[in-house]
Design a protein around this ligand. Structure first.
Ligand code: PMP
Length: 461
């Protein structure tokens, strides 16, 4: 077989991909039929495909390329570490400098009282760690029956058996006999779709109180933890009403339930602070991290745990770990990523300059006839497409039909914007500049116009 390179004709690359590569969350046969898009290069916020098209990446890859593409310093950090110590484990009374340095840096950046990290290769693995960790913690505390973890419908916590069980995605549960036992899902704080006649504030309280009802239903001696994304990402960038998180925090405190904040998307500046927990006023016992930790340049995730959990767990042997826990190259890349973010004041710039600029433009999209609500926190936003802004009605067509069409128009206009059902979501690189925000909004508007014209002509509106 000849060497496969960027310079091969697109059709040949597509054919090889279709023959040998199974994609995540994809109907392979449909993809093979239409031909996969081959991404060949990227710089800043711009992707280039094998046909030479330039596309503004409004999703930062998969919500992860926080400092943008093409940073030489990260390539250098990886190469340097690969030459010096490409791999060593941390299982058997050994450690290495990159993991020491990264752990100390994370302890410094994380909210007060969270100073210890258990590493994983991804967000899913880190959430698997969390399941085992909280159960082990309660066992070590003499309460092994505290094993139920409460989560939310439409949450995303990963694709492993544990992560998908914590998550509340019905199509995932329908495959492979999930969720695993001792998981319970309460309603999500999605006022737009589920709030009915309640005010957002009333609805937020109502949804939070489902946590209390669930604790009382099982008995607090059965509940280990509650897990939630500060702002649900993959579920459609659902920004909870302001009443929601304070009530969740109150309930966790009252019943002594551990609170796990899944910061895989919200962490590392996405919401305009280092962690979404700070933006939402949450005091978590554990934070799940991944994605923006290395800006996606290397696969690394982890759980940052409270001093209390560390004290209890550290007095025991926790029989858990991954070959790549604290991988030296990934740690070195993450550390360099954090160094750049601090040096270039990326989080402060998001908070004070670019996020307010984007917010004003994003919220103005509600002037478009198709857009009901526009929500945004820092650099993660969503718009709800609707045929009736007043009643917040869904389209008559199957959920996601209109969102999918809009996503396709976005691609054709040179913008990656994802759809979750009929919500369009963005999560651009944090380093996006004001003029690139203008471009994003212009392209999104063109795509909305085209979607509007199309669904009217197809009788879907
Ligand atoms: N938690 C959240 C909140 C996520 O958004 C994701 C990924 N989208 C995960 C966990 C899983 O992370 P990974 O894909 O790295 O396993």
């Amino acid at each position: 077989m000849s060497v496969i390179t960027n310079h091969m004709p697109t059709e040949e690359l597509q054919a090889l991909d279709a023959a040998h590569h199974m994609h995540p969350f994809t109907t392979q046969d449909e993809l093979a039929e239409r031909g996969v898009r081959v991404i060949t290069r990227a710089k800043g916020v711009t992707l280039t495909d094998s046909e030479g098209h330039e596309i503004l990446d409004g999703m930062a890859g998969l919500w992860c390329v926080n400092i943008g593409y093409g940073r030489e310093e990260l390539a250098e950090a990886a190469a340097r570490q690969m030459r010096e110590l490409p791999y060593y484990n941390t299982f058997f009374m050994t450690t290495h400098v990159p993991v020491i340095a990264l752990s100390a840096k994370l302890a410094q950046l994380a909210p007060e009282g969270l100073n210890t990290v258990f590493y994983a290769g991804s967000g899913s693995e880190a959430n698997d760690t969390n399941i085992r960790l909280v159960r082990h913690y309660w066992s070590a505390m003499g309460k092994p029956e505290k094993s139920i973890i409460i989560s939310r419908q439409n949450a995303y916590h990963g694709s492993t058996l544990g992560g998908a069980s914590l998550g509340g995605m019905v199509p995932m549960h329908q495959q492979g006999g999930l969720p695993l036992p001792d998981k319970h899902h309460i309603g999500q704080p999605d006022w737009w779709s589920e709030g009915g006649d309640m005010s957002p504030e009333e609805f937020g309280l109502m949804r939070a109180r489902e946590l209390e009802e669930t604790i009382l239903h099982y008995g607090e001696d059965r509940i280990a933890a509650f897990i939630g994304e500060p702002v649900q990402g993959a579920g459609g960038v659902i920004v909870p009403p302001e009443t929601y998180w304070p009530e969740i925090q109150r309930i966790c405190d009252k019943y002594g339930i551990l609170l796990i904040a899944d910061e895989v998307i919200c962490g590392f500046g996405r919401t305009g602070n280092w962690f979404g927990s700070e933006t939402m006023g949450i005091r978590p016992d554990i934070m799940t991290i991944a994605k923006g930790l290395s800006s996606g340049y290397a696969p690394i995730g982890g759980s940052i745990v409270s001093d209390e959990i560390a004290k209890v767990v550290n007095a025991t042997e926790f029989n858990h770990g991954y070959t790549y826990s604290g991988h030296p190259v990934c740690s070195a890349v993450a550390l360099e990523n954090l160094r750049i973010m601090e040096e270039e004041r990326v989080v402060e710039t998001v908070r004070d300059v670019t996020a307010p600029y984007l917010k004003q433009k994003w919220e103005a999209l509600t002037d478009h006839p198709l857009v009901g609500e526009a929500k945004i926190v820092g650099m993660m936003g969503s718009i709800a497409l609707t045929p009736n802004k007043e009643s917040r009605a869904p389209f008559a067509a199957e959920k996601g039909t209109v969102g999918y069409k809009c996503r396709e128009h976005c691609f054709d206009t040179g913008l990656v914007m994802r759809h979750v059902g009929d919500r369009m979501v963005i999560s651009p690189p944090l380093v996006i500049k004001p003029e690139e925000i203008d471009m994003l909004i212009d392209r999104a508007t063109i795509a909305l116009d085209k979607t509007y014209d199309q669904i009217k002509s197809e009788g879907l509106y």
